[in-house]
Design a protein around this ligand. Sequence first.
Ligand code: GRG
Length: 282
Amino acid sequence: VDADAYLADHAARVDRFLDERLPPASEPPEALHAAMRHLIFPGGKRLRPALAFAGCEAVGRVATTAALPAAAAVELIHTYSLVHDDLPCMDDDAVRRGRPTVHVAFGEAVAVLAGDALQAEAFALLAAPGPLPVPDGVVLAASRDLAAAAGSRGLVGGQADDLACAEGSEDAAGVESIHRRKTAALIAAAVVLGARFGGADAGAVAQLGRFGRRIGLAFQIADDLLDRDTDGASSYVRVRGEERSRARAEELLGEALAEIDGWGERAEPLRELARFAVRRNQ
Ligand code: GRG
């Protein structure tokens, strides 16, 4: 399995599904619906949806089509967080995914509302009937996991602490704590939700949760190494230096892969995506 090919194939699948399910830009309120779609299409790497499909595949019980709602829901939460992170009151960015940010294109108020609506839409899509039947209990557990990853003990809490330490006063443990919540929680949720939609039992969910949290943290350290956010308060590279950051990312990758050692061929996409997340250059 080649990570680039897997990402491209599964991006196309989740994009089709999102395009079908999201309100069309022609539906009133048009500006809001256009703003919601602005950062969704064209997307980024679609790593989180790919991880959801790979989590489903690793469990190996059902066709990965079953995981479409999980893959789409996680990408919607991710995209909403980018829309809000780019706002003038947060990172104040004018460009995202190579295009004007949502607030630049549609104004600040519409960007806030588009983010809000994308977040709600994530849960609506997760709970709506998907292409294949999924037990209600699976949807309930997945909703709980996604809400936890997105909430004040996950993504939003990590963002809050990141903003609070804007002077860069954090030590390595503090930076890791922020990274675990701001980035790793949602990446782990992607794997876990995909696995749940694939019929994973409690043991597999726990293992893939540990796998996903390590990959998520390593992904963020790799992001710090790519140096996109040099002044970032919570840069691992700033507190640890480049060499130790690389070593930490590799250590986490090793721990993650050990977690799914013995899962066989079906977990190969998950392994390839893990290596990609840590060693990527994009
Ligand atoms: C505003 C609630 C709220 C949270 C913001 C996502 C985020 C938290 C901030 C964006 C800045 C940043 C560096 C976040 C860390 C996560 C991260 C590396 C996001 C970028 O993910 P990619 O590389 O992006 O997967 P694409 O565009 O490929 O989807």
